[in-house]
Design a protein around this ligand. Structure first.
Ligand code: FE2
Length: 293
C-alpha cells in the first residue's frame, strides 16, 4: 500500500550558527520532531563574498547524531578529541556525538579567502536511551564513495547515504534503521520506494517539484512532505515539468521516548540535560585547543 501524504510543511528561513542562512522545515512551533529526526536544516545556498563566509564555531553536542551532507562549498571540521576533517561537494559526515564532544564546523580557509557558494544539509538523528552516552564516532564518506543507484529508464538517480534504493545499499551503518536518499527525478520519472511499515517517512524538496502518494498532492522547492502508514512511498515528476526534482527521502524507526532538548543537547529528561550542561561546563566534553583552531 502506498503511503498517503499526512501533511506538507513549508520550511521557514532563519539564521543559524555564527549567522548563516538556513531553511528549516522542523523543528517549528507546530512540528517538534519527526521521530527519530530532531532537526533538518538546508544550509544556503548562499553566495559568500571573499572573507565573509560564516560557519558554526566551537559548540558541544550530546545525546544524538549530526549528519552533514555538503552539496557545494568546502568546510573544515575539528573536535575536542583531536579529530579533524574536511567536507567538499558531495561528501557526507555522519557524526555520532553520543556522550559528548565540542566541535567547530567552519568554512575551509581557501573557501574563506575566495568566497563562493555554500549549500548543504544538516540532519539531527536522535539516539535511543541506551545509546545516548555511547562513545563518539565518525563515519566520513567522500562523494565518490557514496553508492549511486539508477532506475532502468535512467530518469531516477539516488545517492544512497543510508538504507537502500533500487537494489543498491548504503555503506554507512546506522544505530537504528535509517533511510537517507538524495533523489534526482527527471521529468517523466517515478519511483516506488519500499519502506518498512514501522518507519516514519518524509521527503524534503529542495529543487523542482514532485507529486507524492496515491492522491498526488504536489510539493515544491522548500517543502517537506510527511507520509502516513504504508509499505512504500511513491514519487512522480510529470512529463510537463520544466526541471528535475531534487529531494531528500528520510525515514527512520521512531524511538517513542521522551525528548528533552536544550540547544545542542538532546536527552530523555531535564535531569539528564542539567547533567549535560554541567559536564560541558566542567570540560568533560573536552575543549578545542586554541592552536588547532
Ligand atoms: Fe554541530
Amino acid at each position: 500500500m502506498s503511503r498517503s501524504v499526512a501533511s506538507v510543511v513549508t520550511a521557514h528561513q532563519q539564521m543559524e550558527g555564527g549567522g548563516f542562512p538556513v531553511r528549516r522545515p522542523f523543528p517549528t512551533a507546530g512540528l517538534d520532531q519527526v521521530d527519530p529526526f530532531l532537526l533538518l536544516d538546508e544550509m544556503g545556498p548562499v553566495e559568500w563574498p571573499p572573507e565573509e563566509a560564516i560557519g558554526a564555531p566551537d559548540h558541544p553536542h550530546r545525546g544524538f547524531e549530526t549528519v552533514t551532507y555538503l552539496l557545494e562549498g568546502h568546510m573544515c571540521h575539528r573536535d575536542s578529541f583531536g579529530h579533524a576533517g574536511e567536507l567538499r561537494a558531495g561528501d557526507v559526515q555522519w557524526m555520532t556525538a553520543g556522550s559528548g564532544l565540542v566541535h567547530s564546523e567552519i568554512p575551509h580557509p581557501d573557501f574563506q579567502k575566495r568566497g563562493g557558494t555554500m549549500h548543504g544539509f544538516q540532519l539531527w538523528v536522535n539516539l535511543p536511551r541506551d545509546r545516548k552516552l555511547t562513545t563518539p564516532r565518525y563515519q566520513e564518506m567522500a562523494a565518490a564513495e557514496i553508492p549511486l543507484a539508477k532506475s532502468n529508464d535512467g530518469l531516477v538517480q539516488a545517492r544512497v547515504i543510508a538504507g537502500e534504493c533500487l537494489d543498491v545499499s548504503a555503506r554507512i551503518e546506522t544505530v537504528i534503521p535509517i533511510m537517507y536518499l538524495h533523489l534526482t527525478v527527471a521529468p517523466g520519472g517515478s519511483l516506488e520506494q519500499p519502506l518498512a511499515p514501522a518507519l516514519n517517512a518524509m521527503i524534503y524538496c529542495f529543487g523542482g517539484a514532485g507529486e507524492f502518494g496515491p492522491r498526488r498532492p504536489p510539493a515544491t522547492d522548500g517543502q517537506l512532505v510527511i507520509f502516513g502508514d504504508g509499505k512504500l512511498v511513491d514519487i512522480r515528476v510529470p512529463d510537463s515539468a520544466s526541471e528535475s526534482l531534487e529531494a531528500l527521502l528520510l525515514a527512520g524507526s521512531p524511538l517513542d521516548e521522551p525528548v528533552a532538548r536544550y540547544g545542542p543537547f538532546v536527552m530523555n529528561s531535564h535531569n539528564e540535560l542539567a547533567q549535560a550542561v554541567e559536564d560541558f561546563q566542567a570540560g568533560k566534553m573536552g575543549r578545542i585547543a586554541p592552536e588547532s583552531q
